[in-house]
Design a protein around this ligand. Structure first.
Ligand code: ADP
Length: 439
């Protein structure tokens, strides 16, 4: 039977909180193979249902319930595989998969990854290189917490992603204002409505200097296959950690790359992850590799577009769809060319009114695609409150250096029009509502 015929009989459940370009990329990959996609989301009321599939309304913060809902739906609508996009749906995905007998990492392993604190605790117990850390709740007085902090440190919430709310502090004053800023962020309605457990708990960890890399991989029976090792050539020294450029192949030495691969494999074993996509971040310095985080999900945003596999240059989304459904083509090797992606940074919070210079940027040699993903007139927040990029620039070139410089040259041609939002203060006191991003 041809790949298309085998695939045509398959049903893939895509779980996602963010509706938009990443979900669409995966649905398109499935559609290319004739696979039926069913969406499960906690944003169903916003779903534009482009594939005319009724989406399952789920609450990812109540994974047991969400899994039961999926199992109920599976009685009338077959589900052969589940892919979770982003961190939020991973536990519901793992629980539903376990109940339906679908290959997936065990729910306990996925739960461990979902909390930055739990993940650190398990990795430290396994003797893996993680920074020193402790957690505290926002009910404690920062003054009392301060006694335990060693500087420089990084303060972060337990379950957010995309570096949202991650702040470096070098002294007591910076620590106190970082905690206040994270508290204000966590009190915003946008985050309160997620009802994530332990939103009031923060993690404090030692700041790890060094170069940062991201590993993109897939797991099969606990074996990690590394699909790409990305360098992050910007110096990510804080105080905020907005991502920008990812370039592959890595320019680290063979020995450094091997050390990172070994560390990634040890993390997978310690966390007891077994199946599905994996995205992990590490820093490397003279002491060796350090684990920043390991997540059982694919890379976010549109970044996956930068990776292509096999003679037909299928995208990472296509490879992952084949992988979770056990279809042929999942073993294809990544093309040998250098490639890079820039998550276009948000220079300041405000209303996005458009961008000039797109044509010049797209015309830079090596730039193969540019996509602005923020809608004109939408509010966009800069880091640490922010969690979405303005868009993405993609480059392919003869070497990683050339890919990186194409991205930088193209980015320099963009003139972003972001207008400050007028803060609406209290009519009597003039005070701003808690959590309003400070422009
Ligand atoms: P998220 O899951 O939101 O991306 P991370 O814990 O991965 O949060 O942190 C985001 C970024 O912040 C990392 O990619 C890294 O650049 C920086 N960072 C986080 N923790 C540390 C640390 N302990 N030392 C140095 N940098 C850190």
């Amino acid at each position: 039977m041809s790949l298309e015929n085998k695939a045509a009989k398959k049903h893939l459940l895509l779980l996602t909180s963010k509706l938009g370009y990443q979900a669409r990329s995966f649905a398109e990959a499935a559609a290319r193979l004739g696979i039926t996609v069913v969406f499960g989301s906690d944003r169903c009321h916003q779903l534009d249902d482009p594939w005319k599939d009724a989406a399952l309304p789920l609450h990812f913060e109540r994974p047991e319930e969400a899994a039961a809902e999926i199992v109920r739906a599976a009685a009338s609508q077959p589900i052969d595989a589940i892919l979770a996009l982003g961190d939020r749906p991973t536990i519901a995905a793992a629980r539903a998969a376990s109940a339906l007998g679908i290959e997936y990492s065990p729910p306990e392993a996925v739960e461990t990854c979902r909390s930055k604190l739990r993940q650190r605790t398990v990795l430290r117990a396994a003797g893996l290189p993680v920074p020193e850390f402790f957690s505290f709740t926002l009910r404690e007085e920062p003054r009392n917490v301060l006694a335990r902090v060693r500087f420089p440190c990084v303060v972060k919430p337990l379950t957010l992603s995309a570096s949202q709310g991650v702040i470096r502090a070098n002294n007591a004053e910076e620590f106190t204002s970082a905690v206040a800023r994270i508290r204000a962020l966590l009190e915003t309605p946008e985050l309160q409505v997620t009802r994530e457990p332990e939103l009031h708990r923060l993690l404090v960890e030692g700041y790890i200097p060094g170069r940062e890399v991201a590993v993109e991989g897939v797991l099969e029976d606990g074996h990690l296959r590394i699909l790409a090792l990305f360098d992050k050539p910007d110096s990510l020294e804080g105080p905020y950690f907005e991502e920008s450029i990812y370039v592959t192949p890595s320019r680290l030495t063979e020995a450094e790359q091997q050390a990172i691969a070994d560390c990634a494999r040890s993390c997978v074993a310690a966390l007891e992850l077994t199946h599905g996509p994996l995205h992990a971040e590490f820093r490397i310095n003279p002491a060796g590799p350090w684990v920043i985080e390991v997540q059982p999900r694919p890379i976010g945003g549109l970044c996956s577009r930068v990776l292509r596999f096999g003679p037909d240059k299928i995208l990472l989304e296509d490879l992952l769809v084949r992988h979770v459904l056990g279809l042929e083509g999942r073993e294809l090797e990544r093309e040998d060319a250098a490639a890079g992606v820039m998550m276009i940074p948000v220079p300041a919070s405000g209303i996005f009114e458009g961008v000039e210079g797109s044509e010049e940027a797209s015309g830079v040699p090596g730039i193969v695609e540019m996509e602005i993903t923020t809608r004109v007139h939408d509010y966009i927040a800069a880091w640490p409150e922010g969690a979405s990029y303005l868009g993405f620039l993609f480059a392919r070139a003869g070497s990683p250096q050339e890919a990186e410089s194409a991205l930088r040259v193209a980015h320099a041609k963009l003139r972003l029009d972001i207008r400050p939002r007028l803060p609406v203060g209290h009519p009597v006191t003039g005070r701003l509502p808690a959590g309003l991003p400070r422009e």
